[in-house]
Design a binder for this molecule. Sequence first.
Ligand code: RIB
Ligand code: CA
Length: 309
Amino acid sequence: MLKLIIDTDSGVDDAQALMLALAHPATEVAAVTAVGGNVPLENVVPNIFEVLHVMGAEDLPVFPGAREPLLPGERVHATEFHGSDGLGDYGERRARVRPQKEPAAVALARLARERPGELTLVALGPLTNLALALRLEPELPRLLAGLVVMGGAHTARGNTVNLAAEFNFYYDPEAAGIVLEAFPRTRLLTWETTLAHPISWEEHEQLGDLGTPRSRFYRAITAHTARVLAEKGFPGLLIPDPLAMTAALEPALVQASEAHRGYVETCGSHSRGQLVIDYGRSGRAANVEVITALDREGVVELFRQALTG
Ligand code: RIB
Ligand code: CA
C-alpha cells in the first residue's frame, strides 16, 4: 500500500491529481497540506475540501501552510489558467471547510517522525512548506519514503515571465533550491514532460461525459482551463500535477527518466527560478531523477478509473 502526503496549491490540475490519488485502490492518502501558489492560500484550502467532498474523503486532515514564499517580493498567481478561485470558478460549493490548526510544515515533520520510512510526499505546488519542514526536521529526507515533485524545466523551456523558469520553482526559488540540496533523489515531473504528454481534446471530452458525479465535477472544474489552452492553440489538456501523481501511484507507467545534478537559480533578471542541470559536468552526485516519458494512454486510463468510481 502506497501511503501519501500531498502538498498542493490547488489549482485545477492539482484537483485532478488529488482525485487520482484518492481513487487509487492501492493508495492511502494520509494528509493534505496547502500552500499558496496558483491562487492565494485562502482559495487553496476550500478547493482541497471541495475535491475531498466529491471523493467522499472529507475527514482527511488538511493542514494550511505558507501563504507566501520564503522571501518577500511580487507574487503572480496563475488565475488565468485556474480561474479566479483556482477551481475553474466552480459555482456549486458543497464542502464543509475545516482545516487543521497545526501548520503544514509542523505537520509534515511530525507525520514523518511518527511514520518513519512509510510516507511518500507528492509536492504539486511551490516548495515553501517542504523547505520550512526541512528546517524544523533536517532528518526529513531519511524519514520520508520518497519525494515526487511537479516542478522545474529541465531544458529551460519554462512557463513564466522568466522564460527558463517553471511556475512552482519560479514562485519560490529559494525553497526549491533547499529541497533539491536536501533530498538524495527528488523525482521531478517537469514542464517539458508536461508539454509532451497532453490529454487529447477528444479524451478530455470523454472523461467529462462518463455519467458520474466525479466526471461531472471534472468537466465543471476543467472547463475554464481547457478553454484557455484551446484558445492558445494547445493540442490538448496539459496535466502537470496528474503526471507527477501518476509517477507516484503507478511507477510502471514511467517509461524514461534521467538522473542529473540539479540546482535552482535564485538570481538573474531572466533566470530566477530556473532549474539548472549539470549533465554530468559538476562531478557531484545526481540529486534529481527527471521523468521524461510516461505511458500517456495509461495516464488517461487512470483518469477514467478515477472518474468512473
Ligand atoms: O507549472 C505548472 C505547475 O504550476 C502546476 O503544479 C500547476 O498547478 C501550477 O502550480
Ligand atoms: Ca500545482
